[in-house]
Ligand binder design. Structure first.
Ligand code: NAG
Ligand code: NAG
Ligand code: NAG
Ligand code: NAG
Ligand code: NAG
Ligand code: NAG
Ligand code: NAG
Length: 369
């Protein structure tokens, strides 16, 4: 079965592309990729990874051995054109929080934004020094490798395209998987909102956004049905956004409580439950990317296992599938308008910073109804 579905590329080509791989040569397995129909031989979740030497549930080789776009490959001219019907009212809605919304970033290792003004002679400039992960953010493919123990020597990036940590943070970083590739791809198409917090209220559910509440796939299916979506709602290239209620709860805190929140040693976050079940549900939907109004899309802390190995959804999404995550989205106005219109879908565009070797970016996300 396997040999008819997948091409085994000899280790020689991998060795020439990766000088260090000679130390531990990996047989690179790639799907027979048909550009006319990218879903020919599309592997099911159970068929991942294509080779047992790849890390947990990696989709390495699914888009070809040298692919750098990962899940963004689901976006095509056809999926963008098909989504234009979502623009019905001409109502454009900003989905980005203030870049300075977090005066103490939720991860306090990150420095807050530094915003300076520079007067010129008859004009004015400003200078923004930004950790790209302090407010609404798009996690690029250099951001979160697989690792079982946090030791940088064990890091593994999408399609094994980066050999060591020095190529990411060293003085001469390579460019492969940099955020410029996501900036140049052109990210647009159909967005789908699943409103967990809106649904939870109707269920009289109580949960604290700042604990590790895991949203499971049966809840997401129930939310889709509550919103009036059919069970087969997803289309390849869709971008799924989940409103967890985290941002709403954060903005409702006093500024004092916002300041101290990141230092709470028991701080968690509502988000998608880290489980095999969540991964299978998302993989089958062929999504171009996922996002939420919370710190990590998945629930925090990251202390779960997949297939008996310490893993996070981040590792499988970014390191495994080449699937980016958009975090800290402001979904409040969008959710309200969609509810009023009885809609769940919209046109969505994202434009990342076009900066070589970049790791993440403000997404400049815009919904159009
Ligand atoms: C899709 O659009 C790109 C330009 O954005 C163009 O180069 C390519 O030929 C188009 N593909 C098809 C199938 O129309
Ligand atoms: C990380 O792994 C390398 C190689 O096994 C080892 O030499 C090093 O001591 C480890 N670093 C830490 C901080 O454990
Ligand atoms: C939620 O509570 C309201 C008010 O007590 C009640 O009318 C409603 O039936 C409850 N809904 C569910 C799903 O339990
Ligand atoms: C999913 O979450 C809901 C809400 O917390 C819970 O009632 C249900 O039992 C969970 N389902 C599974 C399969 O864990
Ligand atoms: C969803 O299922 C319905 C029938 O249940 C079918 O008519 C429709 O074409 C399906 N939609 C998609 C996108 O597959
Ligand atoms: C907002 O804060 C008030 C006062 O602390 C609290 O009662 C309420 O539950 C909070 N609402 C949300 C959505 O967190
Ligand atoms: C989350 O997934 C774990 C398996 O990793 C499972 O034990 C737990 O019940 C799930 N939580 C919910 C709320 O479904």
């Amino acid at each position: 079965m396997k040999s008819s579905l997948y091409t085994v590329v000899s280790a020689i080509s991998l060795v020439s592309a990766h000088p260090h791989a000679a130390l531990n040569p990996k047989v690179l397995v790639s799907r027979q990729f048909n550009t006319q129909d990218p879903y020919t031989n599309w592997p099911t979740y159970d068929q991942l990874p294509l080779d047992p030497s790849y890390p947990t549930k990696a989709a390495w080789g699914v888009w070809g051995a040298d692919d750098v776009q990962g899940a963004l490959n689901h976006i095509t001219n056809a999926t963008i054109l098909a989504a234009r019907g979502e623009i019905q009212l001409g109502r454009a809605i900003n989905l980005n929080m203030d870049l300075n919304a977090f005066t103490t970033p939720i991860n306090p290792n990150r420095k807050p934004l530094n915003h300076l003004f520079q007067p010129g002679d008859g004009y004015t400039d400003d200078v923004v020094v930004l950790n790209t992960q302090v407010s609404t953010q798009y996690d690029g493919l250099r951001h979160f490798p697989y690792s079982t123990d946090g030791n940088t020597t064990t890091y593994q990036w999408y399609n094994d395209l980066i050999e060591n940590f020095d190529q990411v943070v060293g003085p001469a970083p390579t460019e492969v998987l940099g955020i410029q590739q996501a900036a140049q791809k052109g990210i647009a198409g159909r967005g789908v909102l699943l409103d967990f917090v809106g649904w939870a209220l109707t269920q009289n559910m109580t949960f604290d956004a700042f604990t590790g509440y895991g949203i499971n796939t049966s809840s997401l299916d129930a939310i889709a049905a509550w919103q009036g979506l059919p069970s087969n709602w997803s289309l390849p290239g869709d971008m799924l956004l989940i409103r967890t209620g985290w941002t709403k709860a954060y903005l409702n805190l006093t500024s004092y409580n916002q300041e101290i929140l990141p230092w709470d040693p028991n701080l968690g976050s509502v988000g998608m439950n880290c489980s095999d079940d969540s991964l299978a549900w998302l993989w089958e939907k062929k999504l171009a990317l996922i996002g939420a109004d919370n710190p990590a899309f998945e629930s925090l802390p990251m202390d779960k296992t997949i297939g008996g190995v310490a893993r996070s959804l981040h590792q499988v999404f970014i390191g495994g599938w080449g699937q980016s995550i958009v975090e800290f989205l402001d979904l409040e106005t969008l959710a309200e308008e969609l509810h009023q219109l009885g809609r769940s879908t919209f046109f969505l565009t994202i434009q990342n910073l076009n900066i070589k070797s970049g790791i993440a970016s403000p997404p400049n996300a815009l919904a159009i109804l």
